[in-house]
Design a protein around this ligand. Structure first.
Ligand SMILES: Cc1cc2nc3c(=O)[nH]c(=O)nc-3n(C[C@H](O)[C@H](O)[C@H](O)COP(=O)(O)O)c2cc1C
Ligand code: SF4
Length: 477
């Protein structure tokens, strides 16, 4: 669990955070989910194959691979599903990628050139480095078979026989847990032991391996991840070509986030329509939000897409210290790259891709960072800017030079040395980074700057002595 934005952490918060670090259990097993699909019936220790099967696990894989005569194309229970039917079902369900961009998963799967004669690859992005996000590690740690089953289904749908799960390097215990789950799945015949081994009496074979990174945020960007998986320095590639045509080892590759794959078994078992109805149009299913910052009970909350933000805040116990007068000031609704939104706007939003985009931000990875009225926005932006400066891979000039420039300017404002022209300059530097870089880390660094100045300009001006004096002069003349 990521610390609140300011460097001052209360003793209670420190206690909660250290508990998360110790067990991870408190972050997800609080019983305050709404209609959970991925987190349903988890208790922190029932991650084994037998537990997963008892919850209906691998039924979806059995369903699509089932042999028999179809009475009608919809008679899926009896006759299995063709790859096209699986993709159509995922499209119908309105599943959107949970890694950040919210790209429709079924559409992405349909880009895979299934008839390509050579090797094709499936990759799970478990790099999870976005500040505020801590859902994928809990999915893999406490429900690893949901990811394995989701990947096997995806492999079948796209005619892919080899997959990798690239796991963030700093969660080694989770990587080991995932390896154990893979061993169980191989022994039970849900994934292939050797190249070409057929699964569940079908003609489909699928090998799956885990691979761990070393903790670089940029390796979550899909093409940097592929480079890292190939054993090279994790730096993003120019696009196009996109991974669907030139991916891992130059072969067609589909990459999805951990939560995206984990959502697939429920969708296939219950059908796309049921999945869609669980959320709202164009935003099917549930989403796991990692709620952190100034709330009573930080943690992961799985709720249907379209749930009001006010409800999510309530599940997390509300603003910490509300009884002592603390109020909600702002929220970063989708991880550190997402533009901040003031409380009044946020309280009107529902938690789904379209509502948050309409309000001027992004649902992103679903990391909801809550800030109360004591938070200094200049300090918060300084912390964020430092992160992006530190994580820039250095390949492109606007990002390499611009992220450092942004941080230095915010730092000088924060330390009382800001100039009257700094706010315009900050916006201009952000403008010149956004959309001019190889990967979206540049955008991720620029967007928070523009949003913080747009919504909280007065806080920045108050820290710039000359700007304050000039404003006063302007108001009196
Ligand atoms: C700097 C950067 C970091 C990213 N980090 C992650 C990450 O940790 N996990 C993730 O799934 N996607 C991450 N993404 C998005 C991926 O590039 C990719 O869009 C995603 O894995 C696709 O999966 P989805 O379609 O299921 O969302 C990142 C993107 C950028 C630009
Ligand atoms: S935008 Fe930044 S992180 Fe992305 S490739 Fe360019 S320098 Fe590297």
């Amino acid at each position: 669990m990521t610390a609140p934005m300011n460097s001052v952490i209360s003793p209670e918060a420190k206690n909660v955070l250290s508990q998360f670090a110790a067990t991870g259990v408190q972050s997800s097993f609080h019983g305050r989910h709404i209609n959970p699909q991925i987190m349903a019936d988890l208790n922190g220790s029932n991650w084994l194959l037998k537990d997963y099967e008892a919850r209906g696990g691998y039924q979806a894989l059995r369903k699509i691979l089932a042999q028999g005569d179809a009475k009608s194309p919809n008679d899926l229970q009896v006759a299995g599903m063709t790859p096209d039917q699986v993709i159509a079902e995922v499209k119908l369900g309105g599943l959107r990628g949970r890694g950040g961009a919210g790209f429709p998963t079924g559409l992405k799967w349909s880009f895979m050139p299934r008839q390509f004669p050579g090797q094709k690859y499936l990759v799970c992005n478990s790099d999870e480095g976005e500040p505020g996000t801590c859902k994928d590690r809990d999915i893999m740690h406490f429900n690893p078979h949901s990811v394995i089953e989701g990947m096997a289904i995806a492999g079948y749908a796209m005619g892919i026989t080899v997959g990798y799960n690239y796991i963030h390097g700093e969660i080694f215990a989770t990587y080991q847990r995932f390896e154990e789950a893979l061993e169980e799945a191989r022994a039970a015949g849900y994934i292939s032991k050797e190249m070409g081994d057929k699964i569940l009496g079908s003609n489909f074979s699928f090998q799956l391996h885990a691979s761990h990174g070393f903790g670089a945020y940029i390796c979550g960007e899909e093409t940097a991840l592929l480079e890292s998986l190939e054993g090279k320095k994790g730096q993003p590639r120019f696009k196009p070509p996109f991974p669907a045509s030139f991916g891992l080892y130059g072969k067609p590759t589909t990459i999805n986030n951990t939560e995206t794959f984990a959502a697939v078994p429920w969708l296939i078992r219950h059908g796309g329509q049921a999945y869609l109805e669980c959320g709202k149009p164009n935003n099917g299913g549930t989403k796991i939000y990692s709620v952190s910052g100034d709330v009573e009970w930080p943690g992961n909350y799985e709720v249907p897409l379209g749930t009001p933000f006010a409800k999510l805040l309530e599940l997390a116990g509300g603003v910490r210290g509300a009884a002592q007068g603390r109020t909600l000031k702002a929220v970063i609704p989708g991880g550190s790259s997402a533009p901040v939104l003031p409380a009044a706007i946020m309280m009107e939003c529902t938690m789904d891709y379209d509502s948050i985009a309409k309000a001027g931000s992004m649902l992103g990875s679903g990391a909801v960072i809550v800030m109360d009225d004591t938070r200094c926005m200049v300090e918060s932006l300084k912390r964020l800017s430092y992160f992006y400066m530190h994580e820039s891979c250095g390949q492109c000039t606007p990002c390499r030079e611009g992220t450092g420039w942004l941080w230095r300017m915010v730092d000088r404002i924060h330390t009382g040395k800001g100039k009257a022209t700094d706010l315009d300059l900050l916006n201009s530097v952000a403008d010149n980074i956004q959309g001019r870089t190889i990967c979206a880390l540049g955008d991720a660094a620029a967007m928070p700057v523009r949003a913080m100045i747009k919504h909280f300009r007065h806080e920045f001006e108050a820290m710039i002595p000359k700007a304050t004096a000039q404003n006063a002069e302007r108001l009196t003349t």
